[in-house]
Design a protein around this ligand. Structure first.
Ligand code: BES
Ligand code: MN
Ligand code: ZN
Length: 489
């Protein structure tokens, strides 16, 4: 797994400013007098800092943005990054500043002078999240050398406040590694093996193989993987940090390690992006890791359906009819609408076995959600307003875009089949909603449920304040917060 950059916390040491050889990050509160570290840099550089801060460019900086002072005279550092950050900066602004530090760090040792304890912790989180580089398949040197030191008045307190945040960052790194991994490397076997390793963190991990899935009646899930040489699997990860015997929250992830479309083959252009079609399972895995790492006081079970959707002489055909574990039959009109076939069986299994207090499924389910919401928001569907609002609140607090979409009987009727209980596609209109309607047929009346369509947010072609191009780890922070704010203590 890609390691977090080592981050340590130390008592503010003004002397270190003159001699530190790497990069230094400095916070300037607009309009306030220099003190401590800022006064020292200004003195060492013969007033360069004061001139910068008085200049027009600095005045125009958004909170959390920086100007770099390169190779400053009077100092050993290669650069001082000067951030404009008001004393009442928001968490998002503090993280954004940390993100810039993490991005610009390169291989250099970074020395950060933080304001208060909370700011130190949030900047550390931002820096950790942005300082990610997927190097698994690049030959040559490791560009991830170096470390980060955050100096502040109360380093012990800052370290304690940062610890659960860094657990989330570690979870997000796991998600990103999984989502970025190519499909010849991240096979269903390799994926399950990685999850099994998480038992060392105190998670109870079970891997259900094809014969057990067949016995359970998961024909819908199995029909997706039957054209592939990689065996289909369901992995169950239990974190039992809450009250004994209290019903868990269930997280269910779509883990299609590669989606060719099957016999309803996708066009060649862009098909390589379908290595990320296990994004839902990736987020579930990352959240479970974060919860275990910070020893969350809650019961949460993560379930992922791992399959590969390939065409072959044994693959499911358009027109085939399969029976789900629930018993309902599905006419497979389009083998490329495979995610819902995987999820419906895992969701049913999750409810039958765990009777969860709530169930959230995550999936790179439809291209239509990208048409509707682009890459800024995941689609949120729910049968329970209070549960949904709790999630939306958590997502907002973590600055992870999420937008609620409707459900309704009219959409459900688009799934009527002539030969089976339902078909697996509802036609062109409202493609993301009919996909959600399909899933809702496998949600019990009493189960509060949220479906997150993350096709547009799991992996991006552009960088964001807290992630480089590629896998984002979207959802790990929001779901971790949902658990922290609603299911602990
Ligand atoms: N994995 C895709 C959805 C997807 C598209 C994810 C783009 C990420 C980026 C899914 O399995 C799929 O193929 N959906 C079809 C459904 C259709 C056949 C009803 C789609 O969206 O076109
Ligand atoms: Mn598909
Ligand atoms: Zn898919």
């Amino acid at each position: 797994m890609t390691d977090l950059t080592p981050i340590s916390f130390a008592t503010t040491d003004i002397e270190a400013i003159a001699t530190h050889k790497g990069r230094i990050a400095l916070l300037v509160t607009p309009k306030a007098d220099f003190d401590g570290p800022t006064a020292e840099v200004d003195t060492l550089t013969g007033g360069a800092l004061a001139r910068m801060v008085a200049g027009e460019a600095f005045g125009k900086l958004k909170p959390g943005d920086a100007i770099t002072l390169a190779y400053p005279g009077g100092m050993a550092a290669e650069a001082v990054e000067v951030f404009s950050l008001p004393a009442d900066a928001t968490v998002a602004q503090q993280r954004r500043a940390g993100g810039i530090m993490g991005k610009n760090r390169g291989k250099a040792d970074l020395l950060v002078f933080a304001q208060d304890t909370a700011c130190a912790a949030q900047m550390a989180y931002g820096a950790a999240m942005r300082d990610y580089d997927f190097q698994d398949h690049k030959t040559g040197g490791d560009p991830r050398a170096g470390k980060i030191t955050v100096m502040t008045a109360k380093p012990k307190a800052a370290e304690a406040e940062a610890a659960p945040l860094l657990a989330v960052a570690e979870g997000a790194f796991m998600t990103r590694d999984l989502v970025n991994a190519p499909a010849n490397v991240l096979t269903t076997d390799a994926f399950a093996a990685q999850l099994a390793e998480m038992s060392s963190l105190g998670l109870k991990v079970e891997v259900l193989e094809e014969d057990e899935l067949a016995k359970l009646g998961m024909r819908a899930l199995l029909c997706v993987g039957q054209g592939s040489d990689s065996p289909s699997k369901v992995v169950v990860m239990r974190w039992e940090g809450g009250k004994k015997d209290a019903a868990p929250l269930a997280l269910v992830g779509k883990g299609v390690v590669f989606d060719t479309g099957g016999i309803s083959l996708k066009p060649a252009a862009g098909m390589e992006d379908m290595t990320m079609d296990m994004g839902g399972a990736g987020v579930v895995s990352g959240v479970m890791r974060a919860l275990a790492r910070r020893k969350a006081k809650a019961n949460v079970v993560g379930l992922v359906g791992l399959v590969e959707n390939m065409p072959s002489g044994n693959a499911t055909r358009p027109g085939d009819v399969v029976a789900s574990m629930k018993g309902d039959t599905v006419e497979v009109i389009n083998t490329d609408a495979e995610g819902r076939l995987v999820l419906c069986d895992v969701m049913w299994y999750a409810q039958e076995r765990f009777k969860p207090v709530g169930m959230i499924d995550l999936a790179t389910l439809t291209g239509a959600i990208i048409i509707g919401l682009g890459h800024d928001n995941a689609g949120v569907f729910s049968n329970d307003d209070a549960f949904c609002d709790a999630f939306l609140t958590a997502a907002k607090a973590e600055d992870e875009g999420a937008w609620r979409m409707p459900l309704g009987k009219g959409y459900d009727e688009m799934l009527k089949s002539r030969v089976a209980d339902m078909k697996n596609v509802g036609g062109r209109p409202a493609g993301s909603i009919t996909a959600a309607q399909f899933l809702q047929r496998f949600v019990k009346e009493e189960t509060p449920w949220i479906h997150l369509d993350i096709a547009g947010v799991a992996s991006l072609k552009t960088e964001t304040p807290l992630a480089p191009k590629g896998a984002t780890g979207w959802g790990v922070a929001a779901l971790n917060r949902l658990v922290a704010d609603n299911y602990e203590g």
